[in-house]
Ligand binder design. Structure first.
Ligand code: MGP
Ligand code: SAH
Length: 238
């Protein structure tokens, strides 16, 4: 007869492995699960994510660098950072951790529920106002010292394109998003795919007269390029 203890041990997921049930349900997140501590260092404290959250959240070190840049430009204790597409809170949490007050908007109520949970884990929920809503509807009523934009890229298949043009951004193309953003503040941070057409991104700075300062930054985790960040306005270094 089989030893019941052995059977039980075999059915337990090994440390660091995604439980089998999750693999069967959403195979697309397996590679992100393996990166979970680079996404949220406090993952084991109860971080919550849905499928889109898994593949879209900004890795913590990159979000911390965005927040450091913002806090070099604005005095966080007296400033407001708007996160127009806040997801499960990866960026909002890091801005708030620097002492900034954050308004975090997302159209999906479940994302906002998870972002609230995640912000509590990091002890910064008191510095974030969470709003369920459409960035494009709310934008005319929003003000902020810095606007952070991390819109949907159209899913993980973005990486198969040789040249990711701004037309692929969702729910509207990059020009429309940027036009709307400029009504709020010229100090804009945009988190974009690593294969984005950088000439098009630079053209966004010409939509203003005089053109906005502009700077691009490659974002790496353990030397692998994950994404590109564009800084516009006073927050850009030139
Ligand atoms: P990736 O290229 O899907 O993952 O996303 P990875 O692990 O680099 O893929 P690999 O198999 O080539 O190694 C890299 C990072 O881009 C993610 O961790 C997210 O921060 C960001 N990202 C990816 N997508 C699909 C989105 C998106 O749709 N929206 C936003 N805002 N960020 C995304
Ligand atoms: N930076 C975030 C990830 C953002 S993913 C993080 O680190 O967690 C992009 C988010 O945009 C998704 O959560 C999606 O629900 C949201 N979104 C899509 N359309 C939107 C809209 N019109 N207004 C506000 N949020 C929107």
């Amino acid at each position: 007869m089989a030893d019941p203890k052995k059977r039980k041990r075999r059915s337990q997921p090994k440390e660091g492995k995604l439980p089998q049930s999750h693999v069967m349900l959403i195979p697309s997140i397996v590679s992100y699960w393996h990166q979970r501590y680079s996404l949220f260092s406090r993952f084991d404290d109860g971080v919550l994510m849905d499928e889109e959250g898994w593949y879209s959240v900004t890795p913590e070190a990159i979000a911390a660098a965005h927040a450091e840049r913002a806090s070099a430009y604005v005095h966080c204790g007296r400033s407001l950072v708007l996160d127009g597409f806040a997801g499960v809170g990866g960026n909002a949490i890091q801005f708030a951790s620097r002492g900034c007050h954050v308004v975090a908007v997302d159209i999906d109520p479940r994302k906002v529920e998870f972002a609230v949970n995640n912000a509590k884990i990091y002890g910064v929920d008191d510095r974030i106002d969470f709003v369920i809503g459409d960035f494009f509807h709310l934008a005319p009523f929003l003000k902020g010292d810095v606007l952070f934009l991390s819109p949907p890229w159209g899913g993980p298949s973005y990486r198969h394109l040789d040249n990711y043009t701004l037309d692929f951004l969702k729910p509207k193309d990059g020009y429309s998003i940027f036009q709307q953003a400029q009504q709020i503040t010229p100090n804009i941070i945009m988190f974009l795919p690593r294969n984005v057409d950088v000439n098009q991104v630079e053209e966004l700075s010409w939509l203003s007269s005089p053109p906005l300062n502009f700077e691009l930054e490659e974002n790496r985790v353990q030397s692998k390029v994950k994404a590109i960040t564009a800084y516009f306005g006073d927050i850009a270094s030139r």
